[in-house]
Design a protein around this ligand. Structure first.
Ligand SMILES: Nc1ncnc2c1ncn2[C@@H]1O[C@H](COP(=O)(O)OP(=O)(O)OP(=O)(O)O)[C@@H](O)[C@H]1O
Ligand SMILES: [Mg+2]
Length: 237
């Protein structure tokens, strides 16, 4: 199968207080490629630099050295305004603790995000994809943690983004609910041919991915492709 590159990270570093004695190399000369239509997992221990990397890929932060090319654009050259536009139009982000707006219903939470997009999905359609269309008029406090996380995924998907990013999306969920949430990501890439990147410290979910990038101490420790991802139902941890 011909594989088209979607993301190229070339010698990217994020260094705080560079050259000073309190220098922190949060990302240290990171390079990898991601192909179109991949489900990628970035895995590593606490403090390894995963969120730093994901935030740079999503335009929420910027690197201090190197190139980050997404869909042909070198986003590491973007200024604040460029990053804002990139985030709004091209990125769907899922946070560990959902970050839903408490006084808006599930549907209203999804609609707010879809309004940022030029090509959004219908909010009810997005909720249907996470099997929560019947709960569209509920407020976050009326839903379980797993349901709230699925609403937050619907919110990210409703923008119809080229790139869906998630930082520890199952971190606050139990085993069964975590699996349901991971299934939504796998279905998204399979059904749309778009990309998703999941950051996790849980190495046990690596087999579900098409591509696993292991980060250790700010560096890429391993970069592996998986031709036969394991169905999520068969994963155990
Ligand atoms: N603003 C900052 N100033 C200095 N150091 C920072 C700053 N932000 C992050 N770091 C450091 O960068 C390193 C990587 O942090 P990062 O949040 O990317 O790790 P992580 O892999 O996501 O960890 P976790 O699994 O705990 O979320 C850590 O050592 C962290 O302390
Ligand atoms: Mg983190």
């Amino acid at each position: 199968m011909a594989q088209e590159k979607f993301i190229e990270v070339q010698h990217s570093s994020k260094i705080y207080n560079e050259g000073q004695e309190n220098e922190v190399r949060a990302n240290d000369d990171i390079s990898f490629d991601i192909y179109k239509g991949e489900l990628t997992i970035i895995v590593g221990a606490s403090g390894a630099g995963k969120s730093t990397l994901l935030n740079i890929l999503g335009g929420m932060d910027f690197n201090t050295h190197g190139k980050v090319i997404v869909n042909g654009n070198n986003i590491s050259e973007y200024d604040e305004r460029g990053r804002t536009g990139y985030r709004r139009k091209e990125i769907g982000f899922v946070f560990q603790f959902y970050n839903l707006i408490e006084n808006l219903t599930a549907m209203e939470n999804v609609e707010i995000a879809s309004q940022l997009s030029d090509n959004p999905l219908d909010a009810v359609e997005a909720l249907k994809q996470v099997s929560l269309d019947k709960r569209k008029d509920n407020f976050p406090a009326q839903m379980s943690g797993g349901e709230q996380q699925r609403v937050s995924i619907a919110r990210a998907m409703a923008k119809n983004p080229g790139l869906l990013l998630a930082d520890e999306p199952t971190g606050a969920l139990d085993y069964h609910t975590g699996k349901q949430v991971l299934q939504v990501f796998q279905d998204y890439v399979r059904e749309t041919g778009k990309n998703a990147i999941i950051v996790t410290h849980n190495g046990m979910i690596k087999p579900m991915a098409d591509h696993v990038i292991e980060i250790f101490d700010g560096k890429v420790k391993s970069d592996t492709r998986n031709d036969n991802p394991t169905p999520i139902a068969d994963l155990e941890w």
